[in-house]
Design a protein. Structure first.
Length: 338
């Protein structure tokens, strides 16, 4: 007659609650620990309960990185990530591209831990038969635990996921027309237990989940997706960003100031305003421009000709800003708030 090994007897007992005699105590305890650990893995590992007060804004254009390299300070979890020249990159000459094939290629961009955070980037899905995906990962605990905001050109959606214990589960799905072969904007806002995903400046998905409180940030794709990323901006704290709106008539309110966007310049390029003033940037040019604060305190989506972006300045200080695609052409400005 077949006699099962002791470890199998203990496993059966642990699952059924039957007491088993003549099994070494060390074996029973060891197996119980293994079972407990495996049972908890699907819940996710929590390594960070809060962000340090020193968490600062960050940005990556990858233009100072040598082609063929990995950005300094980055940690690759999976996939093949490489900096390479892209002729149409939003900020030339380089972008960071994922060119390999893995279940979920992922890379963390640095060691800084954030709690509430906004991550904005440009991405271009290039190819992939299984998937053509681009994603932001936030509140990263380790290679197996984090949140994902994913845009997919093959499925025309932008979805929120939780990756816990190395397993992905859906949080909320959102629809969006994601185009292959074009640069687009993706933004993830995480504040408390709320997650919000924006595509080209428009809110397309939002949900709540309280598993992860803080963590690092990075990039993500799926399967055979060949995808490039550029102009990653990370802003700690709750977002104060607004989205693009159709152009409106100039206001006569002295609490509102209008800055015109021309071909590769802001007019005026330097303004001084009082705290509480709203600045409106209006694109009167013939190209698409944007407005990005160097400290990450405000950032616009791409502004097509005729569109505007506004931000209300509540704190005194000096706020230099620039247009990402045309910074090299001198398209920079500044706001002094008193």
């Amino acid at each position: 007659m077949y006699a099962p090994p002791p470890w199998l007897i203990v496993l059966g007992a642990s699952l059924t609650g039957v007491a088993v005699a003549n099994v070494p105590r060390w074996l029973a305890l060891g197996l119980a620990m293994v079972i407990a650990a495996s049972g908890c893995s699907s819940q996710g590992t929590v390594a960070y309960q809060s962000a340090p007060p020193s968490a600062t804004a960050g940005s990556w254009t990858f233009d100072a990185d040598a082609p063929g390299s990995v950005p300094a300070g980055a940690e690759i979890f999976s996939g093949s990530w490489v900096v390479r020249a892209e002729g149409d990159a939003p900020s030339k000459p380089n972008a960071l591209c994922q060119i390999g094939n893995a279940e979920f290629p992922a890379i963390v961009l640095g060691p800084v831990v954030y709690g509430d955070v906004t991550v904005t980037l440009r991405f271009k899905p290039i190819s992939g038969k299984t998937d053509q995906a681009a994603g932001i990962i936030a509140r990263v605990q380790d290679r197996d635990d984090y949140y994902i905001l994913r845009a997919n050109a093959l499925e025309s959606n932008v979805n929120l996921y939780k990756y816990a214990g190395g397993r992905r589960s859906g949080i909320k799905d959102g629809g969006a027309k994601v185009a292959a072969g074009q640069w687009q904007e993706l933004r993830l806002e995480v504040a408390g237990d709320r997650l919000r995903g924006f595509f080209n400046g428009q809110l397309v998905v939002e949900a709540t989940d309280g598993t992860y409180k803080a963590g690092r940030v990075g990039l993500w794709t799926k399967a055979d997706s060949v995808t490039c990323f550029d102009d990653v901006v990370v802003t700690p704290g709750s977002s104060t960003r607004t989205t693009a709106t159709p152009a409106a008539a100039s206001s006569s309110d002295d609490r509102t100031v209008v800055v015109q966007l021309g071909e590769h310049f802001f007019d005026p390029s330097s303004i001084t305003v009082n705290a509480g003033t709203t600045v409106i940037w209006r694109n009167n040019g013939q190209q698409t421009h944007d407005v990005h604060a160097r400290d990450g305190s405000f950032s616009s989506p791409p502004l097509d000709p005729g569109n505007t972006f506004s931000h209300t300045f509540t704190k005194p200080g000096h706020y230099p800003y620039y247009c990402i695609p045309h910074e090299g052409d001198g398209m920079v400005g500044e706001v002094e708030v008193r």
